[in-house]
Design a protein around this ligand. Structure first.
Ligand code: ZN
Length: 271
């Protein structure tokens, strides 16, 4: 099976309709749709257009951001996640990726507790909609305001704390976890527990000039992407390899050229 998927954020200058046109000719078989790409769209129509283009909708990005300093703000995050579940259901996305959130100045332990509670309060809705949720651990450099979940181990701990619901799993993004000395073991554990639900790829550039928007194409950096992919596959992962690149540099290029580069780097990585 062709396992190449691209996130709409990777080609941020393109509308979702342009993604539907430009991905398939490059051999892209899956698409992960970011919620901002859906703004103003009729969701059933988006679902039809993806099917007409021959693209599998792999995930909706993103839910999460549960921690906050007030009850009202935490409730509003839960409401937003419930909306994301409805959107995922409407476009036929089987999975929502959770960037779990963090609050500068609030302890990471407290934030993880709020994340656990937040996920717990939307699980029933996810199950009802037939949508899975996947916790994406983020690199510790984002522990201030994006995610208090920074390792696969912590993601597993949240799944355990909630009683290992079948609706909850983990999204492995090589950019965030490649450095973790426990990575291979934790990926295998995710396979054994049925939690290995998504696999995101890009590369870590040296130097990285912007902490958020300077990710590299596969092969532009130092991540052992092929090896980590093999760990996932050995753990039973059969899903898409999702190219997720935030890059001011690449967003400034012609996106057709960028997509050609993605396709060729992908082939080189997995040849
Ligand atoms: Zn990711």
């Amino acid at each position: 099976m062709n396992r190449l998927c691209v996130h709409t954020i990777t080609t941020k200058p393109l509308s979702v309709e342009e993604c539907f046109r430009q991905y398939p000719p490059r051999g892209v078989a899956g698409i992960t749709i970011w919620r901002q790409a859906l703004e103003g769209r009729d969701l059933p129509s988006v679902k039809r257009q993806a099917a007409d283009a021959g693209l599998d909708i792999v995930s909706l990005c993103r839910g999460g951001f549960f921690p906050a300093t007030t009850d009202a703000a935490r409730q509003s995050a839960i409401d937003d996640n419930l909306r994301a579940i409805e959107q995922a259901h409407a476009i036929g996305a089987p999975l929502i990726v959770l960037v779990c959130g963090a609050v500068p100045g609030q302890s990471l332990v407290e934030s993880r507790k709020q994340i656990t509670d937040g996920i717990g309060s939307v699980l029933a809705a996810a199950e009802h909609a037939g949508v899975k949720l996947a916790i994406e651990p983020l690199h510790p450099l984002y522990a201030d305001n994006r995610s208090a979940v920074n390792t696969m181990r912590q993601a597993h701990e949240i799944c355990d704390a909630l009683g290992s619901p079948k609706q909850l799993g983990i999204a492995v993004d090589v950019y965030h976890v490649w450095w973790d000395p426990e990575l291979e073991e934790q990926i295998k554990h995710a396979g054994r527990t049925g939690r290995l639900d998504a696999f995101h790829i890009c590369d870590w550039k040296t130097p990285t000039v912007d902490l958020l928007n300077d990710r590299g194409l596969m092969g532009e950096g130092c991540i052992n992407i092929r090896e980590i992919s093999e760990w996932a596959d050995e753990a039973g992962f059969k899903g898409y390899r999702e190219v997720e690149i935030f890059s001011d540099k690449w967003w400034g290029e012609d996106q057709a050229f960028f997509l050609d580069q993605i396709a060729s780097r992908y082939s080189q990585t997995y040849s």
